[in-house]
Design a protein around this ligand. Structure first.
Ligand code: ZN
Length: 341
């Protein structure tokens, strides 16, 4: 093998100090019985000694191959059954399956993807409740160079139910003007077939829609109030139409009024109606939500246990299918989780 000298590497004009040739130095011999006097004895507790006794375990990636036998939650191979429902202690009643027309939509690949992409928009087209603020919304400019789209709110947020005469809302559309819903859907690019399918399903299975029909039984000019009472043992609830202003209404009931008002009805977040009123696409049958009042056959869970169990059980894969709406559902819950957990 050709040996490169400093002269061949750096040229004849390179001035390098002359170094002595490198000669391998034999390692010092270590006698087990008599360590060298210059070396300190190695203490047996040194970390590198202990590390030799505990070599690192090879990393094995966790896989989604476990299923909880209590709530059917899909679990990682490293998670125990207690992770989702506390070994069956926090299992919620299974949600009602999707109605027939929604199932047809979801069985069609293109419509499935469209409904999944537009889940938040579609839910807003049918939702009975909404979020309002005591102050106002401040929208920032979205022009090029002005930063990412952003909105700020002033005051406090609350959940509300509009009256029937508020024309730009699902309740009014269900009662008097379905064409306005279709017009809004067209504006947002939602397929008309999907809107029609969900509308028909909700009229068939959603109790809020059927109770709204009480408003058709009386004159539109009379002041009336529809009171939605608490859920009963079988997950159903009663709705009572009041035509007198002197009627005493339970403060935790949800009320829908037929006359215009300066402010909407505020929804008590401790009401079990709160979520099914808002997330109609996730709960088309108005399945009972979390609340403080006791309902037989429904486990009394802390709020965080309730949502953990509900999300991980993921009945009919709905929280995955409607992922964008599920994210809103989770974020909407987070402010109150600290207070009631
Ligand atoms: Zn479980």
């Amino acid at each position: 093998m050709k040996t490169l000298s400093a002269e061949s590497l750096f040229g004849v004009h390179a001035c390098l100090p002359t170094l002595p040739p490198l000669t391998p130095t034999p390692p010092p011999s270590i006698q087990e019985d008599q360590p060298p006097a210059s070396c300190h004895p190695i203490p047996p507790s040194s970390w590198w000694i202990r590390l030799c006794d505990h070599p690192p375990q090879p990393i094995i990636p966790a896989t989604w191959n476990c299923c909880c036998p209590h709530c059917n939650a899909l679990l990682l191979s490293t998670e125990s059954d207690a992770f989702c429902c506390g070994n069956g202690k926090h299992v919620l009643p299974k949600l009602c399956p999707f109605p027939s027309r929604m199932q047809q939509v979801l069985s069609h690949a293109t419509q499935h993807r469209h409904l999944s992409d537009f889940s938040r928009v579609v839910n807003n087209l049918f939702s009975f409740a909404g979020i309002g603020v005591s102050g106002k919304f401040k929208h920032f400019s979205t022009r090029v160079g002005s930063g990412p789209p952003a909105v700020a709110i002033t005051g406090r947020t609350y959940h509300m139910v509009r009256n029937t005469e508020y024309t730009d809302h699902s309740i009014h559309w269900f009662l008097y003007d379905e064409s306005q819903r279709e017009f809004k859907a067209q504006q947002f690019g939602v397929h008309a077939t999907i809107v029609q399918a969900i509308s028909n399903d909700l009229k068939a299975v959603n109790p809020y829609v059927s109770h709204l029909q009480h408003f058709h039984d009386t004159s539109r000019r009379r002041r009336r109030t529809l009171e939605l009472k608490d859920f009963n043992a079988v997950g159903d609830f009663a709705a009572v139409m009041h035509v007198s202003n002197s009627t005493i209404i339970n403060p935790r009931s949800i009320i829908i009024q037929c006359h215009r008002q300066n402010r909407p009805h505020f929804v008590n977040i401790l009401s079990r109606h709160y979520k099914p009123l808002h997330y109609v696409l996730l709960f088309p049958h108005a399945d009972i939500g979390w609340g403080l009042d006791h309902v037989p056959d429904i486990p009394s869970l802390m709020q965080i246990q309730w949502y953990r169990s509900r999300l991980l059980a993921n009945d009919d894969d709905r929280f995955s299918i409607f992922g964008r709406l599920s994210a809103e559902y989770v974020v909407g819950n987070s402010p109150s989780l600290g207070r009631y957990s």
